[in-house]
Design a protein around this ligand. Structure first.
Ligand code: SIN
Length: 312
């Protein structure tokens, strides 16, 4: 996609460059996986995401995904079609409700970008500047997201990921018992108000509002593949705990968000062009840091979002 309106030679962003030659096609035995941080995440090397993977290679990646919660692939100068094809190996893809931020002809790609073309935003600006789990405001919250960086600022625009399973394990037994059975309400309209007030986005249309009614999910969920329990927190989208007063609910949700976002549970990703980060929305929450200059820096990303199942 070509984006105009700002200089392509800007020295304030790092831009995706085609490597001189593509890495050779990986075989199963070439793939290597190593821990990215104590809290979560793994770096996967010797892999080209544009190749056709065998079922056993996908099973290896899926195991690593379930173990580490996040997989980082560097140097993936792949096409949007290859991004979608790889993502589809892990499940059905969503078309985001913000349809004017979808890639033309390939609506599985949701564009996260501060760039403008002919004075108009090319994608969603200001996305995720708060802790959240993608699409937690849907009845079937997302399984995972695959975000590919195309242009990123020289410095800034990192994304933080917090491990909500480890954060759950660290709670006391009485607190775990207290949380058992509690449910929280999630609403897209809630966060949209905040983003619109920053002047970055248009309000939701009546159709978009109708597609995103508030939903209720448990505060503690079990990972459908590993059975591991974790908090299910999405502070940007959560409006309250069912049955509690606003004050009670705010105090508990604030405590849980502060607890879960402690540095010991967090991996902070500093983007380079052509990174693909694949994270598990069932067990992590994330936060896109808005410390870069919206007018002069360039941050342009493509995301696919895998549909999940109901949270239990
Ligand atoms: C998101 O997927 O919520 C945004 C993440 C990012 O832009 O770093």
């Amino acid at each position: 996609m070509s984006v105009t309106g700002e200089s392509d030679t800007s020295t304030r962003s790092r831009k995706s460059k085609k490597p001189a030659s593509k890495p050779s096609r990986a075989t199963k035995s070439d793939i290597s996986i190593s821990k990215a941080s104590q809290a979560l995440g793994a770096l996967v090397t010797d892999i080209d995401l544009s190749k056709d993977f065998s079922d056993s290679e996908i099973a290896t990646l899926r195991d690593a995904f379930n173990t580490h919660g996040l997989l980082l692939f560097r140097d993936q100068d792949i096409s949007p079609e290859a991004h979608v094809a790889f993502s589809k190996r892990f499940g059905e893809l969503e078309h985001h409700v913000l349809n004017d931020a979808l890639l033309e002809g390939l609506p599985e790609i949701y564009i996260l970008s501060n760039l403008k073309k002919n004075g108009k935003r090319v994608g969603r600006a200001g996305a995720g500047h708060y802790w959240h789990s993608d699409l937690s405001y849907m009845a079937h919250p997302s399984l995972g997201s695959l975000l590919r960086s195309i242009e990123v600022p020289e410095v800034g625009g990192d994304t933080m990921f917090a491990n909500l399973a480890v954060a759950y394990d660290a709670l006391s037994k009485p607190m775990k018992e207290f949380l058992e059975g509690l449910e929280a309400e999630h609403s897209f309209a809630n966060v949209q108000k905040r983003v619109v007030s920053l002047g970055l986005n248009k309000p939701l249309t009546p159709e978009q509002l109708a597609q995103t009614p508030s939903v209720v999910h448990p505060l503690v969920r079990e990972h459908p593949e590993t059975g591991r329990k974790s908090l299910f927190l999405s502070p940007g989208f959560t409006t309250g705990i069912v049955g509690m007063t606003n004050e009670e609910s705010a105090a508990i949700l604030e405590f849980l968000a502060d607890h879960a976002s402690q540095p010991r549970f967090v991996y902070r990703h500093a983007w380079k062009p052509n990174d693909v980060v694949f994270w598990d929305n069932r067990t992590l929450m994330h936060y896109a840091i808005n410390d870069y200059d919206y007018e002069n820096d360039r941050r342009h990303m493509h995301r696919t979002t895998i549909r999940g199942e109901r949270a239990h």
